[in-house]
Design a protein around this ligand. Structure first.
Ligand SMILES: C=CC1=C(C)c2cc3[nH]c(cc4nc(cc5[nH]c(cc1n2)c(C)c5CCC(=O)O)C(CCC(=O)O)=C4C)c(C)c3C=C
Ligand SMILES: [Fe+2]
Length: 491
């Protein structure tokens, strides 16, 4: 089904992904190179403009299928050419059902009924139909441009679940992730509430990881990677242990909020009896198409954030981000280690400062992200350049100086964060900030040395509070017929 969808619309750059040996979900970014991360969020929309999104497949399905009436219809809809069931086709059959007098209820129902009669079945937009491959050298959701909606959720195995139960869970989860990333309902569709029934996969990615505690609980201590050693304590940490760590981790991203929640709900349901949610965080990024052209996203402090991420076209990119094929342990080949930090921003404090002060704090202009040493957003910052008064244009404590690989023995990481806002605190301040996600081949050559420096005090840290922390081993992408982590659990 989904292949057909992409074929008809053209599979140009964006979240249709390259699916090449380079790994799954490598969207490329028109006009700005294949830069992963927040900056690429608009690639899909930019692609849509040039790919004739109007030629929708399945446009003639209305009235031909079995109307999957009601909530569980996702599992009883029209068969697609690949032998599965497609929400896209169900959109057509639902229209037919409406004409046949299905109770839709209320004004919305009346509107839907009229719309179903008047309009030909509308094709999904390119945003809805964007599909990221599940299989590949790397799991999807690392190189994939960061989506507009994200959920991060950690699970702990229940006391009597061991290696066998964990393997069965990863097999179930992988199958469901694979299905949903193609716009199909999850495994066990009879229990599915059809939350995203009318939508395509909308760039859905599901990424799985293993925490340090998983290995003791499953008798796999001999396979624990050295890279999962606990992160050091940082002096400014104020970590909530209940929202930190975990045996298992899932990152979900999609450009539609219902698609993202649907995946979260399905995966949580499938964990029942084997693992319990430990914590969950919800985040967001700019929506594809919100800007005039693909632009690097902004964080909640208003800064352009993601400019100087390592790029896949750089020669040392793969070795910085991914465990090599010959790396140890062997089950982590093609994998990566992700550090999560929930970082609250002191926005009320931040807002009191002038734009000039805010720019000095980072070392870049707020308007266009250009470094204070001159040039445009993508000009390399000149850390040696001085102003007329002899002082460095990028201050000694500016965030980009303190975090730059040049200041940290080459340490680098791929940042792919989500913003979050969870209401207001007792003092009235927003509980908002960054779900900071850093991907690297080894945290000791990525996050750790840089955070040690930040902990000693850069200008930005005054406005930040690290409130939760976790580190997970994220294995390479599965091959066809495999589940994520099979090399660990069965190797
Ligand atoms: C330990 C690593 C890092 C943490 C924690 C971190 C938090 C954090 N950063 C911003 C905003 C920006 N960061 C920028 C650049 C940047 N940040 C890190 C690392 C951490 N940031 C690195 C390695 C870099 C790149 C440095 C370089 O090579 O130039 C920028 C500038 C634009 C960009 O390149 O992305 C901003 C803005 C926030 C708000 C934050 C915590 C909430
Ligand atoms: Fe940063």
């Amino acid at each position: 089904m989904s292949t057909q969808r992409n074929d008809k619309r053209g599979s140009g750059p964006g979240r249709t992904g390259t699916g090449s040996g380079a790994g799954s979900g490598t969207g490329s970014r028109p006009g700005a190179g294949a830069v992963p991360g927040p900056s690429t969020g608009e690639a899909t929309e930019a692609t849509a403009k040039g790919t004739g999104a109007g030629t929708g497949p399945g446009a003639g399905t209305a009235g031909t299928g079995t109307a999957g009436a009601g909530g569980s219809g996702a599992s009883s809809g029209a068969a697609d050419p690949a032998g599965g069931f497609s929400r896209r086709r169900l959109l057509g059959t639902a229209s037919a059902a409406g004409v046949a007098g299905l109770a839709l209820g209320g004004a919305g129902g009346a509107y839907a009924h009229a719309a179903a009669q008047d309009a030909p079945p509308a094709p999904l937009t390119s945003l809805g139909s964007a599909e990221v491959p599940f299989h590949g050298a790397h799991q999807a959701g690392i190189l994939t441009p960061a989506q507009a909606h994200g959920h991060l959720v950690a699970f702990d195995l229940v006391p009597d679940a061991g290696r066998r139960q964990a393997a069965a869970l990863l097999r179930r989860w992988s199958e469901t992730a694979h299905r949903m990333m193609r716009g199909k309902p999850p495994v066990g569709g009879e229990h599915d509430t059809g939350i995203a029934l009318d939508a395509g996969p909308a760039g859905l990615t599901v990424t799985f990881g293993f925490g340090r505690t998983f290995f003791a609980r499953t008798g796999l201590k001999d396979r624990l990677p050295a890279q999962l050693a606990p992160l050091p304590d940082f002096s400014a940490d104020a970590l909530d242990k209940k929202r930190s760590d975990g045996d298992l981790w899932i990152q979900i991203g999609a450009d539609d909020a219902l698609v993202a929640f649907h995946a979260l709900r399905a995966l949580q349901r499938e964990a029942a009896g084997t693992a319990r949610p430990r914590w969950q965080m919800t985040g967001f990024n700019r929506s594809p198409g919100a800007t005039d052209r693909p632009r690097t996203t902004r964080n909640l402090m208003g800064q352009i954030d993601g400019t100087n991420n390592p790029r896949p076209d750089e020669k040392d990119f793969a070795e910085r981000v991914f465990v090599p094929a010959s790396g140890q342990p062997s089950w982590m080949a093609g994998g990566s280690y992700v550090v999560l930090r929930r970082i609250r921003m002191l926005l009320d404090e931040w807002d009191k400062h002038s734009v000039g002060d805010q720019e000095k704090t980072i070392g870049r202009r707020k308007s266009d992200g250009s470094p204070l040493s001159g040039g445009g957003e993508h000009t390399e910052p000149d850390l040696d350049k001085r102003g007329k008064d002899g002082s460095p244009l990028i201050a000694a404590d500016a965030h980009i100086r303190v975090t730059s690989p040049d200041s940290n023995g080459g340490a680098a990481m791929l940042r792919r964060p989500f913003s979050y806002h969870d209401g207001f605190r007792d003092d009235g301040a927003p509980d908002a900030g960054l779900l900071f996600l850093a991907w690297q081949a080894d945290p000791l050559r990525g996050f750790v040395p840089v955070q040690r420096k930040l902990d000693r005090g850069d200008a930005l840290s005054r406005f930040l509070r690290h409130e939760a922390s976790a580190l997970f081993a994220v294995p390479g992408g599965p091959r066809e017929g495999e589940y994520v982590g099979q090399g660990l659990l069965e190797g």
